[in-house]
Write a protein that binds this ligand. Structure first.
Ligand code: TTP
Ligand code: MG
Length: 352
């Protein structure tokens, strides 16, 4: 049997305005009001996300907070609480695992699920999954259901927030026909522009090109484009291989000579690490935390400790320890965490 002949049912699940939804859930007085989550205007902060009330004003993820407040003066800006988001994500991951072992997390709040082996009808099953998530967390999500990742992901945006769309294999040709080419993964601004010059805006228009023609215009990616614009995508849902550690670091343009200077830089590094941790490894157990310093003479030292939660104070004490070892000027600070080795059972799952 060829790969294409195996019928698959893939769900792309994405929580709605995840961080903002958690903040509003935990502060019912904010319900119905525009809310953003991120750094304060005074600290030249950026929003991680905002709720749908704020989006009506043109506020968006990754927008500087001052700009968001210009667009929406009534916007309530709340600080991030990554530990809470991680906890919710772990809970949600646990719910998903009740339905399938084949889960590929894309970020903290987004995952592909392969539910082909489940006896339930795919659309009904996605609805059940979303209902259970809501019962347990009081958070809404959206889903796309399709025969592959490409279709499922595109479909999940269409009835967002708190909605879903199933595209059956028979419906794929019609679904693709009017779809803007930009919706295809791998097509960014540059390829879109090139396609525009060829008079192509929709996937249906792209389908008029032969495979050799597409290869001529787009090289190897042309081969894939031929399939993708028809809604054909054989990529499997691939469970993550757990990494052993996660860290973030910064090299400074001028060396830092005092512990106070180092300490001033630590806050931002810590925030970055927590954001990465929340996005990529929400459900893993941290066993150790560490601070790495590289000095002006390129020697380095690492201070690490087991059994501490990653908090700013814990990192601060490691920074003091590492700095105190030499007192040399510091050109780089890194902060990171190490994870528990996955249990054999989990490792097995990630190979499925
Ligand atoms: P998204 O799923 O992209 O956004 P969202 O859940 O807030 O909204 P939507 O309803 O459109 O899905 O990202 C999930 C979370 O990741 C989001 O709540 C905050 C965080 N995030 C950032 O920290 N920075 C970013 O630039 C983006 C896009 C998201
Ligand atoms: Mg989301």
């Amino acid at each position: 049997m060829t790969k294409e002949a195996v019928p698959r049912a893939i769900v792309h699940l994405d929580m709605d305005c995840f961080y903002a939804a958690i903040e509003v859930r935990d502060r019912p007085a904010l319900r119905g009001k525009p809310v953003g989550v991120g750094g304060a205007r005074e600290r030249r902060g950026v929003l991680t996300t905002c709720n749908y009330e704020a989006r009506k004003f043109g506020v968006r993820s990754a927008m500087p907070t001052f700009m968001a407040l210009q667009r929406c003066p009534g916007l309530i800006v709340l600080p991030t609480r990554f530990d809470v988001y991680r906890r919710e994500a772990a809970l949600i991951r646990g719910i998903l695992q009740r339905f399938t072992n084949v889960i590929e997390p894309l970020s903290l709040d987004e995952a592909y699920l392969d539910i082909s082996a489940h006896p339930g009808a795919p659309g009904a099953l996605a609805q059940v999954i979303r209902d259970v998530i809501f019962q347990k967390t009081k958070l809404t999500s959206s889903a796309g259901i399709g025969p592959n990742k490409l279709v499922a992901k595109i479909a999940s945006e269409i009835n967002k927030p708190n909605g879903q769309l199933e595209v059956t294999p028979n419906q794929v040709p019609e679904f693709m026909m009017e779809l803007p080419v930009r919706k295809i993964w791998g097509i960014g601004a540059v390829t879109e522009e090139k396609l525009q010059q060829l008079g192509v805006k929709t996937c249906g228009q792209l389908q008029r090109f032969s495979r050799p023609e597409l290869v001529e215009h787009f090289g190897k990616f042309g081969m894939e484009l031929y399939d993708l614009c028809r809604g054909i995508d054989d990529r499997p849902v691939e469970p993550d291989r757990p990494r052993k550690s996660l860290s973030t670091e910064e090299t400074f343009s001028a060396d830092l000579t005092t512990i106070q200077q180092c300490d001033e830089r630590l806050g931002e590094l810590f925030e970055d690490l927590m954001a990465e941790l929340a996005q990529k490894e929400a459900t893993r157990n941290v066993t150790k935390i560490f601070v790495k310093l590289k000095f002006s003479d390129f020697t380095r030292t690492t201070a690490e400790r087991a059994g501490l939660e990653p908090s700013i104070n814990a990192f601060r004490s490691l920074l003091t320890e590492a700095f105190g070892r030499t007192g040399k000027p510091v050109r780089l600070i890194g902060v990171g965490v190490r994870f528990a080795e996955p249990k054999p059972q989990e490792a097995q799952l990630s190979l499925l």
